[in-house]
Write a protein that binds this ligand. Structure first.
Ligand code: ZN
Length: 238
């Protein structure tokens, strides 16, 4: 270490306008051309932001929170789980029966198509809460229509880049598994998810309800404090 600190001005990679640096967000929106950028390692990478429409008929303006959505192949995941379960230690017959039953429920839930894992991208109040929110959305597998978010003055409050999100995928996926399977031997060590290399940044709608936020997809509630720093002031004041 030579004690020198390099300070660089962040500029939009398309039009060269200096980017507004805000709080804890690692993502920025150019005020001139409205494109989004994210700090990734030592450089600035373009970021496509998608915004999920609230369910039809929802009145009012939801609060949007960003998630990295990582796609995995359902059949591949089930293969990985089954392979990891093969080496399970001998347990009581009742436990084995229970695991088998839960495993078949799980296989049905994952299916053969695309299975999406949701990693919260907003600044984490704490890691456990983060994993829990990711787990709830991943269990729900919401279907929504998403559009590119290119409106001005809508920076995405993202504090996690795609590579950091990829490191949380396994933890979130494992949290969605039945306990009997989580407990199973060194299953967690052996499990490998075959995920897509290109996570997508999607903002999902939440409704403010007093001190909590209710997910408009899945219907679960989370403490508003978890995401307070990620909610733009005008929405927080509502
Ligand atoms: Zn620009």
């Amino acid at each position: 270490m030579n004690g020198q600190l390099t300070v660089r001005l962040l500029r939009c990679g398309l039009c060269g306008t200096p980017l507004p640096v805000t709080g804890r967000s690692a993502a920025f929106q150019c005020e001139a051309c409205h494109n989004h950028w994210i700090i990734s390692g030592d450089s600035l990478a373009p970021l496509q932001v998608w915004r999920a429409a609230p369910p039809e008929g929802f009145p009012g303006e939801p609060v949007f929170l960003p998630f990295w959505v990582i796609e995995a192949d359902g059949a591949g995941i089930r293969g990985g789980i089954e392979a990891a379960m093969e080496g399970r230690p001998v347990t009581e017959r009742a436990e084995t029966t229970r695991q088998d039953r839960e495993l078949s429920h799980l296989s049905a839930r994952i299916g053969d198509g695309t299975f999406r894992i949701f990693v919260p991208a907003f600044h984490p109040a704490n890691t456990l809460a983060h994993i829990k929110i990711g787990k709830l959305l991943t269990e729900c597998q919401p279907s929504f229509r998403a559009r590119r978010q290119t409106e001005p003055d809508r920076p995405v409050m993202c504090s996690l880049d795609a590579a950091e999100a990829a490191r949380l995928v396994d933890f979130i996926f494992i949290a969605t598994l039945p306990e009997s399977i989580q407990r199973c031997g060194d299953f967690v060590e052996r499990l490998r998810l075959n995920t897509s290399p290109a996570p997508r940044m999607v903002e999902l709608p939440f409704e403010r309800r007093g001190a909590s936020l209710r997910s408009l997809y899945g219907g679960f509630e989370i403490s508003g404090r978890i995401a307070d720093e990620s909610i733009p002031a005008e929405s927080a004041a509502r």
